[in-house]
Ligand binder design. Sequence first.
Ligand SMILES: N[C@@H](CCC(=O)N[C@@H](CS)C(=O)NCC(=O)O)C(=O)O
Length: 338
Amino acid sequence: MRRLLTICAVAGALATFASAAMAGTLDEVKKRGMLNCGANGQLPGFGLPDAQGNWAGLDVDFCRALAAAIFNDPNKVKFVALTAKDRFTALQSGDVDVLARNTTWTSSREAQLGLHGTAVNYYDGQGFIVRKDLKIKSARELDGATVCVQQGTTTELNLADYFRANKMQLKSVTFQTLDQALGAYQSGRCNAFTTDASGLYASRLKFAKPDDHIILPEIISKEPLAPFVRQGDSQWLNVVRWTQFAMLIAEEDGITKANVDEQLKSSNPEIKRVLGIDGNFGEQLGLTKDWVYRIVKLVGNYGEVFERNVGQGSPLKIARGLNALWTKGGIQYAPPIR
Ligand SMILES: N[C@@H](CCC(=O)N[C@@H](CS)C(=O)NCC(=O)O)C(=O)O
């Protein structure tokens, strides 16, 4: 009996220790005065620093929105460039507080890696790019092709599945970084390069002659990209998830960077709740009443962030497509703030 008690006490202590070590990310971030954000470092439109070290992208702006909500300052973010392979360890070990790096939300990344996808900030799907002189119009014509692909991604598995399902022969060549894979594709080592469609548009911008390449029409997978957090800290999960939802709701309600001050005077009950005039929804999250005001004023609503980074205001010129609001023919839909 005594022995059993001792073992239980130790197990209990371990359990307490484990949850204490994992909980409290919001408090830790506030105390540190800085958010550590795991980002891509090579992907135009999503996460890329310029020569002066100024980061830009949809995921980058997501972390800035989080910093705006927490600190009322979108610049209190340290961006950490992560490869596909290293990204999950960096989050698990606590090197970053959040991983916003074009990462697909899948069951195994939750069930096996101990992480949570929070909310989809970009609905993507995998495609192929080939040189125009290959003279093919469909991915179904890639039988026997050599395809360049990046390691540690959902992309590798989808590629193998697609070829197997269509009874096509595949020779895949894998690389650790995007630039290595693209370099190999451009040097002619592969007939095609495959990744998320957004990544294909972004990568084509880096090519010496972008017009010599075409993106094939097939989308072979679902890639819902989401910021990730560690499991065991629901408060932090809520803050990250509702930051994305807040940006969508602001767009839905027509609250923009330019008109947010005007909107503070709105008599619309939903807008009053969202902007913190009525209720204490921000405080419930561990933030302040004006958390959504801060996000929109300092960073923008989802549509503004989309257009500036990957849409019509960017070199990528990606259409809203699935990422349009549900009220505009897309599937971006946020639960309500109330
Ligand atoms: N969404 C996929 C793919 C993510 C991914 O890493 N894509 C590549 C190709 S677009 C990338 O971002 N590479 C940049 C790098 O590793 O520096 C996943 O979560 O596994």
